[in-house]
Design a protein around this ligand. Structure first.
Ligand code: SF4
Length: 419
C-alpha cells in the first residue's frame, strides 16, 4: 500500500466532505453479532456533536471528488480547478477498520461526487458498506449518501448495509435549484427518498411477521439544505423542511450555512458568510415543530417570513401572541406549557409531575430549572409576586434580552439560549 498516496487522498477527500453536515448517527440499534467489530447502539456516537451541532466521531470522507455535475454551490463541481482524488473500495474498508481499531472513529460517513453515472457511484458506495458488513463483520455505524438519480434496486440494497441513508436536497426551493444546478431535477432527489421511506415501512411490517427479517436503514433517512446560497426566506426553508418531515418520514433535516466558495454571479459574494446564528435559529424552529407541537405556519408565515435574530423563535412567537398568556403553571395543559418561553420539554414534564403533590411557587420553579428571567412574564404560580405583564411586547423583549444570561451571549453578543 502506498501510504503517502493514501494520506494525500485522505486529506483531499476528508476536506471535500466537510461541507456535508448531515452526519448525525442517532437512532440506530444495530447490535454486535457474531463477535464482530463495533456496535452502533452502544458506541456513544449518538451524541458526538461539536458545539455547533456537527458530528465528529465518524470517518467522514468522499469516495471521490470527481463529479460529472457542475452545481454552482459545490466545491466538487466539475468546473472547479481543484486537486482530485478517488479511493478504491478496499482502501475505504481498510481505513475504516484501521481507524476503528485505533479508537479514532466509531463509524463511517461515506459520500461521493458523481462519476460516470448515479448508479455506478451508488454501486461503489454500497460495495464499501457490503464489504465492511460481510467480510469484516463490522457492526459499527455506517451512514451512506444516496446518490440522486440512483435506481430503486440500488436504494433497496443500500439500506440493507447502512444504518442511515441521506439524499441532500441542497437548495430548498425548486427555482433556486434550477438557477444553481440546472442539470439537476427535484425529482432526482425525491425518488430515492420515496424508495427509502417505503422500504423502511415495508421492512418494519415484515419484521413483525417474519422473525429474521433483516434491518433496513434502522436509523432512517436525513437530508441537508444549504442556507443562504439563494435568496430564500426562513419561511421557504422551514416550509420545505416541514414537507420533508411529513412526506418522507425524515429523522432529521440539517441546515448548513452556505460557505462562499466561488465568485459566480449567481451566488452571494465571497465575503458574505451566512451567520451561524441563522443556522441556530432554524434548528430551534425545527425543534419547536418536532417536539413542541408548533405548526410551522404559527412560527413563519407571509407576514413574518424571517426569524428574529435577537431572540429565539419561541419567545418571538409568545411576544406576538400575548393573548395566550399568562398561564397558570398549576393548571395549564402540557401542550400549552410547552409554549412558554424559558420552559423546555424536560421542565414541563417535571412541572406536571411535581404539581400532583403540591402547588408550585417561584422557588419550586427555579429549582426545577426553568429559565426564570424569561418564563416569569408568561406564567402565574402560587405566589403574590406580580411581574410586568402589562408592558408592551417591544418593551418586554428589551427587558428579556437585557436580563438574558445565555451562555452564548458573551461570544455572539446575542441572546441565543433555547427555550
Ligand atoms: S452532484 Fe453533488 S458532488 Fe457533484 S457538483 Fe453537484 S452537489 Fe457537488
Amino acid at each position: 500500500m502506498d501510504f503517502d498516496r493514501i494520506k494525500e487522498k485522505l486529506s483531499i477527500l476528508a476536506d471535500a466532505a466537510k461541507y456535508d453536515v448531515s452526519c448525525s448517527s442517532s437512532g440506530s440499534k444495530r447490535k454486535n453479532t457474531n463477535k464482530g467489530l463495533g456496535n452502533a447502539s452502544e458506541m456513544g456516537i449518538c451524541h458526538s456533536y461539536t458545539q455547533d451541532g456537527r458530528c465528529v466521531s465518524l470517518l467522514k470522507i468522499l469516495l471521490t471528488n470527481h463529479c460529472i455535475f457542475d452545481c454552482a454551490y459545490c466545491v466538487t463541481r466539475r468546473s472547479n480547478d481543484i486537486k482530485r482524488a478517488a479511493f478504491k473500495i478496499q482502501e475505504v474498508v481498510d481505513l475504516t477498520i484501521n481507524f476503528y481499531r485505533r479508537n479514532y472513529i466509531e463509524g463511517l460517513f461515506l459520500s461521493s461526487g458523481i462519476f460516470k453515472s448515479p448508479d455506478h457511484t451508488m454501486e461503489r458506495l454500497i460495495s464499501v458498506a457490503k464489504k465492511l458488513r460481510e467480510e469484516e463483520n463490522f457492526n459499527g455505524y455506517i451512514h451512506l449518501k444516496s446518490i440522486p438519480g440512483a435506481s430503486d434496486e440500488l436504494m433497496r440494497e443500500a439500506g440493507l448495509y447502512a444504518d442511515r441513508l441521506s439524499v441532500n436536497i441542497e437548495i430548498p426551493t425548486k427555482s433556486g435549484l434550477k438557477l444553481l444546478a440546472p442539470e439537476k431535477d427535484h425529482t432526482d432527489f425525491m425518488k430515492p427518498m420515496e424508495k427509502v421511506k417505503n422500504e423502511i415501512i415495508q421492512y418494519k411490517k415484515e419484521s413483525k411477521l417474519i422473525k429474521h427479517t433483516p434491518t433496513y436503514a434502522p436509523a432512517g433517512q436525513s437530508t441537508q439544505m444549504i442556507v443562504g446560497a439563494t435568496g430564500e426566506s426562513d419561511r421557504d426553508i422551514m416550509y420545505s423542511s416541514a414537507f420533508f418531515y411529513k412526506n418522507y418520514n425524515m429523522k432529521r433535516v440539517y441546515y448548513s450555512g452556505y460557505v462562499p466558495i466561488s465568485n459566480d454571479p449567481r451566488l452571494p459574494a465571497l465575503n458574505s458568510q451566512v451567520p451561524m446564528l441563522r443556522e441556530n435559529r432554524l434548528y430551534q424552529t425545527d425543534w419547536l415543530m418536532r417536539f413542541y407541537g408548533f405548526d410551522i405556519r404559527e412560527l413563519l408565515n407571509k407576514d413574518f417570513p424571517f426569524l428574529d435574530m435577537d431572540i429565539d423563535p419561541k419567545l418571538s412567537w409568545a411576544l406576538r401572541n400575548r393573548q395566550h398568556f399568562p398561564l397558570d403553571i398549576n393548571k395549564a395543559e402540557k401542550r400549552h406549557l410547552l409554549r412558554v418561553p424559558g420552559i423546555g420539554l424536560k421542565s414541563v414534564n417535571k412541572i406536571i409531575h411535581a404539581r400532583k403533590f403540591k402547588k408550585l411557587n417561584w422557588e419550586h420553579l427555579k429549582k426545577i430549572g426553568i429559565a426564570y428571567n424569561r418564563a416569569k412574564y408568561f406564567i402565574t404560580c402560587d405566589s403574590r409576586e406580580k411581574e410586568l405583564r402589562e408592558l408592551s411586547s417591544e418593551n418586554l423583549k428589551s427587558i428579556i434580552i437585557q436580563n438574558s444570561q445565555s451562555k452564548f451571549r458573551k461570544k455572539l453578543n446575542n441572546q441565543l439560549s433555547l427555550f
